[in-house]
Ligand binder design. Sequence first.
Ligand code: KG4
Ligand code: ZN
Length: 332
Amino acid sequence: MTQNLVLAIETSCDETAAAVVADGKNVLSSVVSSQVDIHARYGGVVPEVASRAHVDLITPVIAQALVEAGIDHSDVDLVAATRGPGLIGSLLVGVSAAKSLALVWKKPFIGVNHLEAHLYSCFLEEPDLELPLVVLLVSGGHTMLIAMDDHLSYKILGQTLDDAAGEAYDKVARYLGLGYPGGPIIDQLAVSGKPEIEFPRPMLHEGYNFSFSGLKTSVINYVRKNPGTPIEDIATSFQEAVVDVLVTKAKKAAIEINAKGLCIGGGVAANSRLREAVLDVCLQEGLHSFVPSRSYCTDNAAMVAAAAWRRYSQDGPSSLYTGADPNLRLPE
Ligand code: KG4
Ligand code: ZN
């Protein structure tokens, strides 16, 4: 049986990742080297530091992905890399590495859209998900509600007008002095808090766009005025407001477009409360739900390989003149 082996590279932000995936769905290896410790002392990702770290890490990470997959580079059928959106210096490291390997190994290259890769993390583990689908893509840089009628075909129903959901988590955590990245820390604290503070639910019943900047400000103002409030209660109440807005809109969209299912993707999709709420709402509405494993929600290269294989099968390879594009958009 032929195995279509994709070696994929992801360096759009602060994770250096490489994976080998067969047929767009069988993950033979997925290596993620996180730079979190390097950036934590600055309270966020420092672009110049991130690109230098990618340069140091990229070769060992790719080598490890090949070794863990038990393959030789001659077995690779396609070399893929995220080409945008993301930090330009970081993207350039992955794209240059992938193009160089493709050239030397005489293999085709494909540049992948990072947002499409997050969407395809759903199909990685459940390749036969029935369409149409609504996907809620929530990460550090994006908050989008997307309708998918067919593979590689998207309609953006709504997106954030200001901060992304993950950005709001990170900014609230930074204000509270909790460290970086804030999402997992708030998620953890929220387990033992009470949702007693009624934070605003911005734009809850106003279409499909989102706005999290005002919510973040109201959390900060509340903490200033009520310094003795347990941090766990702040975390739980903030998280309830975010999840309420995300899930209410995702449910409405799924019903409106007659979707068969509702999926989530992106780093914030690793959030325990969001995962639970999406499963609940799908159960109530008779929708198929799909929540990827946490390791495929945050940045990884296996999702890049899944999207790469799908794109390559439809559109063929990218030219070796293809560059990185920090502002790449999801094609509609
Ligand atoms: O997808 P991702 O790894 O990188 C981007 O493409 O942005 O997402 C990173 C974001 C960060 O803002 C991080 O705080 C958030 O995802 N995040 C979470 C959780 N894990 C990561 N947010 C809430 N709960 C989590 N468990
Ligand atoms: Zn991402």
